[in-house]
Design a protein around this ligand. Structure first.
Ligand SMILES: Nc1ncnc2c1ncn2[C@@H]1O[C@H](COP(=O)(O)OP(=O)(O)OP(=O)(O)O)[C@@H](O)[C@H]1O
Length: 258
């Protein structure tokens, strides 16, 4: 972790149940997400990726430990203040686009601003749509847009408050390969295009090495714990790590002296 981290997870744990049925599904995890970096979180099914993302974004509360988001300790805020803070400091994109079908793209994108209790300023919503390459589809309703376009509207909606971090949980999960890669290029451009277009920081959960290879950094989870990371990843290097994580411990140590 360092001073450039826009999100810091400190000794974070998430447990479910109580007493004899209590299970720890995450942690303890110490991890930072750097500003200006596109990070992918990977790991086998059930390794805690979504739990980590939801805790980092303030959508779920940790059982112990701290989440410091853009300099604010989430635990220090009341529930109402935390919701208000989360709505402007973070954007969240899910696998399902979750657009309201009766609203136009522009009206869907404006929703987070309205939820935050303010009228969109002139051009604010259009700018977010332009950031995802949909400046000309502002008046379209979701059913007139392709799956990839709907997901880009969902990204614009997540960006409209100019959040410090954009979180995405399997954002390409419902898209075909080509459309998925287009969306990943949009996410990468949000981090790496200079000036106005830059959204700063993206943290994305995926289980697909090809998807993770679009990121600058890949963090691996196994059984709720950190299991290493890769910088400037290739799909092959990510797949190799994933295979090693999925290997039973007995196979990992095969050949080692007793
Ligand atoms: N509400 C809950 N109650 C009990 N256990 C839960 C709950 N939510 C998640 N879990 C468990 O926590 C563990 C981590 O779940 P999580 O969804 O974070 O994993 P994941 O790595 O995102 O999985 P996947 O890739 O399959 O989506 C899993 O074993 C899951 O069954």
């Amino acid at each position: 972790m360092n001073d450039d981290d826009v999100v810091r997870l400190e000794a974070l744990t998430r447990r479910y149940g109580s007493g004899r049925t209590e299970v720890t599904v995450l942690g303890p995890v110490d991890l930072g997400f750097e500003r200006g970096c596109f990070t992918a979180v990977m790991g086998p099914s059930g390794s805690g990726k979504s739990t980590l993302l939801q805790c980092a974004a303030g959508l779920d509360g940790p059982s112990s430990g701290r989440v410091v988001l853009d300099g604010t300790d989430l635990a220090a805020l009341s529930e109402t203040a935390r919701t208000r803070f989360r709505r402007t400091a973070t954007g969240f994109v899910f696998q399902a686009y979750n657009l309201l079908p009766s609203l136009t793209a522009e009206q869907n994108v404006a929703l987070p601003l309205r939820l935050a209790g303010r009228r969109p300023a002139r051009g604010e919503v259009r700018r977010a749509l332009e950031q995802v390459g949909l400046g000309d589809r502002a008046g379209s309703r979701p059913h007139h847009l392709s799956g990839g376009q709907q997901q880009r509207v969902a990204v614009a909606r997540a960006l409209v408050t100019r959040p410090a971090v954009l979180f995405a949980d399997e954002p390409t999960g419902a898209l075909d390969l080509t459309t998925g890669h287009e969306l990943l290029r949009v996410l990468r451009d949000l981090v790496h295009s200079p000036g106005e277009r830059a959204a700063g920081t993206v943290v994305m959960v995926t289980h697909d090495p090809q998807v993770a290879a679009f990121a600058d950094r890949v963090v691996f989870l196994a059984d709720g714990l950190l299991a290493g990371e890769l910088r400037s990843p290739t799909a092959e290097a990510v797949a190799e790590r994933m295979t090693a994580l999925g290997r039973p411990a007995a196979e990992e140590t095969a050949g080692a002296p007793c």
